[in-house]
Design a protein around this ligand. Structure first.
Ligand code: BTN
Length: 252
């Protein structure tokens, strides 16, 4: 019904007018046996969740609020890369559908002219040596014309950036198609995927602050490691690999 271009993703689609959070729903349905690639999409979220315990504003009809459930033989060591690749997929899709120059703020905020247009929250259930499932939650501000006061300096929408109304379904189709493409190319073509990621990453060569063992540290974001960590070089020359869940990175 959605005119999908995917072969594996979104064979099962659950749509909601209103739900707490599509990530929460994906996790509930994962426990009930929902298959790999299931898509959960909502017109409105009443408890949209962001990274680091923040909330995500998800007003009715203005954006794309959805979660893709992945549960095909994933290794915990690959999780960080999958999180980055989801960002790359969204970036490609936005660029193709709107012409906007979308960039990535590590790990996977999508920004246009340094304002955030999309956020991604990846949650997973892992056992010792394998991931039981990964819920990749994607929120895109599509046609929002204004934001709550506290977000207005940092947030934007595709409509505000492109100057025109953007149809949500074609954009969703494109994002799912690109997500399937990067997942198909992973892990075999990780090197070229990371090269493309880095070329779109605005965090590199910037000064960043982060917290390690309760201490505030600063350094320059130098590189992305093969396993998806941000490599930060402090002023004394020591390098720290930072993983997305581990620390708060400020200033990027
Ligand atoms: C962030 O940038 O902090 C991540 C935001 C992720 C928002 C999406 S909207 C769909 C899915 N459901 C949620 O509750 N959160 C994600």
């Amino acid at each position: 019904a959605l005119g999908l271009k995917t072969k594996l993703l979104a064979k099962r689609i659950d749509c909601y007018d209103r739900i707490d959070s599509t990530n929460e729903e994906a996790k509930r349905k994962a426990l009930a046996g929902a298959p790999d690639g299931s898509l959960f999409v909502a017109e409105e979220q009443t408890g949209g969740k962001g990274r680091l315990g923040r909330s995500w504003t998800s007003p009715a009809g203005q954006g794309l609020w959805f979660t893709v459930l992945l549960r095909s033989s994933l290794l915990p060591s690959q999780a960080a890369n999958i999180t980055l690749l989801a960002g790359l997929a969204v970036c490609r899709a936005i660029q193709r559908n709107t012409g906007c120059a979308a960039m990535i703020k590590w790990p996977n905020d999508i920004v246009i002219e340094s304002k955030k247009v999309c956020g991604i929250l990846t949650e997973m259930a892992a056992e010792m040596d394998r991931i039981e499932y990964m819920a990749v939650g994607i929120g895109v501000n599509v046609n929002n014309e204004n934001f709550p006061e506290e977000l207005s300096v940092k947030a934007t929408s595709l409509r505000l950036e492109s100057g025109s109304f953007i149809r949500r379904v074609p954009l969703l189709q494109e994002i799912l198609f690109e997500l399937e493409t990067v997942l198909k190319d992973f892990p075999l073509h990780t090197e070229s995927l990371l090269r493309e990621y880095k070329s779109r990453c605005v965090s590199l060569n910037r000064r960043v602050g982060f917290i390690r063992e309760n201490r505030k540290m600063v350094g320059v974001a130098e590189d992305i490691s093969p396993s998806g960590e941000l490599i930060v070089r402090c002023d004394d020359g020591t390098k720290f690999p930072i993983s997305s869940g581990e620390v708060t990175v400020q200033g990027i």
